[in-house]
Design a protein around this ligand. Structure first.
Ligand SMILES: [Zn+2]
Length: 212
């Protein structure tokens, strides 16, 4: 199976994927691989809820690198913070048509690699990460993962304003790059409060959406 655990920040995605790890490694963890993006500098390990034990993850900067670690014995692969891969470059000068073409090719390869590993090699794949960034732009490879996943666990957080189900991430300030690592600057909001927050940053936000 290919499982994608997704939702906004603070929706306990890591906890859910760690529960899958806990179940998969019940008898043995010898044939399980855990990957995390090199870019995520917050925590380079994987915490197992049942034991509190930390599992060191293999750090990668490109999803195609997972091939180098897979052996005939590999049964399960876990990748957390998948939203850190295949994003737009921070330097806007690099946003060229060549960049987009190459990115599309890489994403196609990654999707086919996941499907090959699962359907041909029988390896279970568990992935976790954000579906949207705080501006509601689909994050890198996330929409493709939703398409190929055997199942998607879409989790909610709680809105910091009203405690309703929070489906949106809000950046509290004004952002000038797509990815800002950290959690203090972000909050989870319900859709109503997320729209209100965008209007405080840009009073024409909703008008611009409606008028196109
Ligand atoms: Zn709310």
């Amino acid at each position: 199976m290919i499982v994608f655990v997704t939702g906004p920040m603070f929706s306990s995605k890591s906890k859910r994927i760690e529960e899958y790890y806990d179940a998969a490694s019940y008898n043995s963890k010898d044939n399980i691989l855990v990957f995390k993006p090199e870019k995520d500098t917050r925590d380079q390990s994987f915490v197992i809820p049942r034991s509190g034990k930390k599992i060191k993850a293999i750090l990668i900067n490109n999803l195609l690198q997972i091939k180098d670690y897979i052996t005939d014995k590999t049964t399960d692969i876990f990748i957390d913070e998948i939203n850190f891969f295949e994003n737009l470059p921070e330097n806007k000068k690099l946003l060229t048509s060549k960049f987009f073409l190459e990115r599309e090719k890489r994403i196609n390869k990654i999707i086919l690699l996941f499907e090959y590993l699962n359907y041909q090699k029988g390896i279970n794949i568990f992935l976790a990460g954000l579906d949207f960034n705080s501006e509601r732009k689909p994050f890198g490879i996330a929409p493709f993962l939703i398409s190929i996943a055997t199942s998607t666990d879409k989790l909610n957080a709680r809105c910091t304003k009203c405690n309703a189900a929070a489906t949106h991430t809000n950046y509290k300030g004004i952002k000038d790059v797509e990815v800002i690592v950290g959690s203090d600057e972000y909050e989870a909001l319900c859709p109503k409060h997320w729209f209100e927050a965008q209007e405080t940053k840009d009073k024409d936000f909703i008008n611009n959406i409606i008028k196109g």
